[in-house]
Design a protein around this ligand. Structure first.
Ligand code: AMP
Ligand code: ZN
Ligand code: FE
Ligand code: FE
Length: 268
């Protein structure tokens, strides 16, 4: 088995650590292939790359794009050109949609009597905003204990602060990554639930499937491996680490069979 981590977040989006620290921890855990995949930004890549180089840990330029299809349909991109003007411009647009959504969330929370202001979320992210930052603000205000509780009580569908995701559709997310020279992979397919139609995304140009993911059970992993094979998708994997106090602290890489590791290395 080999250790990879192709799904991690830093404070440039909703992680809590700086990119160099995330990369350092991955290297310390023996990760042999790494990607920082912040939401809608490549701002942390250079810092992570410099750290990865110190540890001779191969790193891919990565990102994660949350789509408007549902709160769980996210597209990871690997090996994009981090200097692509087209890509950087598109991501800027996606981030401004995130900022707009966040304002709508705050508005809703205030209307339902939760004391929260724009200043509470200013500066919590270096670049790309999201619901976790609202959650952090609610923790700071003493409304909830942690991110998990904030999501459950206020930020998921049906709760007072919920606003539908405003990202691109899956087709656009896949295209944007491919046009920047990257490989689009469907994130955490095992938690998307009923109705997941991998074939449809494959038809839109998807090239990978995140088969290996901490919350995927053994049978789920096997089923997803079957889907990857059926639709000629590369099996990828990652921890979805978001740093301390995020509720998503797993890091240390995901163990994948040698043959899966070799395929990823060849493709990327
Ligand atoms: P957003 O991009 O604003 O829709 O927020 C989605 C992000 O919130 C995901 O990518 C996760 O990083 C995080 N997230 C989703 N559900 C939870 C949860 N229950 N607890 C902590 N973080 C969560
Ligand atoms: Zn996240
Ligand atoms: Fe995700
Ligand atoms: Fe993620």
């Amino acid at each position: 088995m080999r250790s990879i981590d192709l799904h991690t977040h830093s404070y440039y989006s909703d992680g809590t650590l700086r990119p160099s620290e995330v990369a350092r921890r991955a290297a310390a855990q023996g990760v042999e292939l790494y990607a920082l995949t912040d939401h809608d930004t490549l701002a942390g890549f250079e810092e992570a790359r410099a750290e990865a180089e110190k540890h001779k840990m191969p790193i891919l330029a990565g990102l994660e794009i949350n789509t408007s299809e549902s709160d769980l349909v996210h597209i990871l991109g690997y090996g994009v050109d981090p200097s692509s003007r087209e890509l950087l411009k598109t991501l800027e647009d996606f981030r401004s949609r995130r900022a707009k959504r966040l304002e709508m969330i705050l508005e809703r929370l205030r209307k339902s009597g939760v004391p929260i202001e724009k200043e509470d979320v200013d500066g919590v992210s270096r670049h790309s905003l999201g619901r976790p930052h609202v959650a952090d603000a609610l923790v700071k205000r003493g409304v909830v204990q942690n991110r998990q509780e904030a999501f459950q009580r206020y930020l998921v569908r049906g709760k007072p602060g919920y606003v539908e995701p405003m990202g691109p559709g899956p087709e656009e997310a896949i295209r944007v990554i491919a046009e920047a020279g990257g490989l689009p992979s469907l994130a955490h397919p095992g938690i998307i639930g009923n109705g997941l139609d991998v074939g449809r995304y494959a038809g839109l140009g998807l090239r990978g499937l995140e088969v290996y993911y901490p919350s995927h059970s053994g049978p789920t992993t096997q089923r997803l491996l079957g889907s990857a094979k059926k639709f000629s998708l590369l099996a990828t994997g990652g921890s979805d680490h978001h740093g301390p106090a995020s509720g998503r602290e797993d890091i240390g890489g995901i163990q994948v069979p040698d043959e899966v590791f070799d395929r990823i290395r060849e493709a990327l």
